[in-house]
Design a protein around this ligand. Structure first.
Ligand SMILES: [Ca+2]
Ligand SMILES: [Ca+2]
Ligand SMILES: [Ca+2]
Length: 260
C-alpha cells in the first residue's frame, strides 16, 4: 500500500511562528537533555547517547507543558517520535499527521529513534520502572494492518527487529510488552489498545492508557534502550511520552507493562 507523504521534516521545521501553546515543547537532539527529563532523580543518570535517529527532523523533545497526564515526576518529561515531537500540542485538525524524517531502513522500520540511557543503580534497588504513554496517528484507519508503529524498552542489549512490510515485530527483551506477550503498538489490544479519548489534548488520533514498564534489575551500571519507529512507511507518525525512570526496592517486581 502506498500512502502519500503529507508533510516533510523541512515543512514542519518551517513552522517557526507556531502558536504559544507549542512553545514549551522544546525540540532537542541532545540525548542527555531528553534523558535528564525522563529520569526521576539525577543521581541515577550516568550518560546518554543515540543508537539511531533519522538524519533530519524534530524526533526528540522535552516538555514542561502538561500533556496526557505527563510529567509524572519533576517539572519535565521526554518525547521520542517517528515524526515531529514538537507538534504534540497542535490542534487535532488532521487525521493523517505525517512527517518524513528521511530515516533509512533500520531493522525493518523507518524514522526509528533509539535512545540509550546509562544508569547507575544504587545498592539495594531491585526494580527498574518507567512511565509512558504511546500516541499514534495510525488510528483508526491502519489498526491491524502492516503499519504497526510501536514503542519498545530494553535493558543492556537492544536486539528488536521488525518485518519491513509489517506488522510482525520481534522484541524478546522488551519489558514494555503486555503480559500476554503483545507489544504496545498500533495493533495493541484490550486494556492496552490505543483509543481516541486517551490522546485527548494532543494532535494524535489515539493513545494508550498511562502505562508503567517494569523489570527486575541488579545494582551497578546498566543501559536502558528506548525505541519508537514507523513500520511499513514513514507516514502517520507515532510519539511516546516518557517520565519517571527509576530503580527502587518495589516488590513484587513483575516484568512488563501495567496500568500506571
Ligand atoms: Ca514519520
Ligand atoms: Ca491527528
Ligand atoms: Ca507510522
Amino acid at each position: 500500500m502506498h500512502r502519500l507523504p503529507i508533510l516533510t521534516a523541512a515543512a514542519t521545521g518551517a513552522l517557526a511562528l507556531a502558536p504559544a501553546a507549542e512553545a514549551k515543547v522544546t525540540p532537542t537532539h541532545s540525548a542527555r537533555s531528553v534523558a535528564r527529563a525522563i529520569v526521576a532523580s539525577p543521581q541515577l543518570l550516568r550518560g546518554a547517547s543515540w543508537v539511531e535517529h533519522p538524519p533530519r527532523g524534530n524526533w526528540a523533545a522535552t516538555s514542561t507543558t502538561r500533556y496526557v497526564g505527563f510529567p509524572r515526576s519533576g517539572p519535565s518529561f521526554g518525547l521520542l517520535s517517528s515524526g515531529s515531537a514538537r507538534l504534540i500540542g497542535r490542534p487535532d485538525s488532521s487525521g493523517s499527521l505525517s512527517t518524513d524524517n528521511d530515516g533509512p531502513l533500520y531493522r525493518g522500520t523507518r524514522d526509528a529513534v533509539v535512545l540509550r540511557i546509562g544508569i547507575d543503580v544504587p545498592a539495594g534497588a531491585r526494580c527498574l520502572s518507567l512511565r509512558f504513554r504511546f500516541l499514534s496517528e495510525e488510528y483508526p484507519e491502519y489498526v491491524h494492518t502492516g503499519f504497526n508503529d510501536a514503542f519498545i524498552a530494553e535493558l543492556d542489549r537492544t536486539r528488536w527487529t521488525a518485518a519491513t512490510g509489517g506488522p510482525r515485530i520481534h522484541a524478546p527483551g522488551n519489558f514494555a510488552k503486555v503480559r500476554d506477550g503483545r507489544l504496545v503498538s498500533v495493533n495493541g489490544a484490550g486494556a492496552f489498545a490505543v483509543t481516541r479519548d486517551r490522546a485527548r489534548g494532543t494532535t494524535y488520533d489515539a493513545g494508550t492508557r498511562r502505562l508503567r514498564a517494569s523489570r527486575p534489575i541488579t545494582p551497578g551500571r546498566h543501559d536502558v534502550y528506548l525505541t519508537i519507529f514507523d513500520q511499513g512507511d514513514h507516514q502517520f507518525d507515532s510519539t511516546v511520552v516518557l517520565d519517571g525512570l527509576t530503580a527502587n526496592r518495589r516488590t513484587p517486581c513483575v516484568s512488563g507493562a501495567s496500568l500506571d
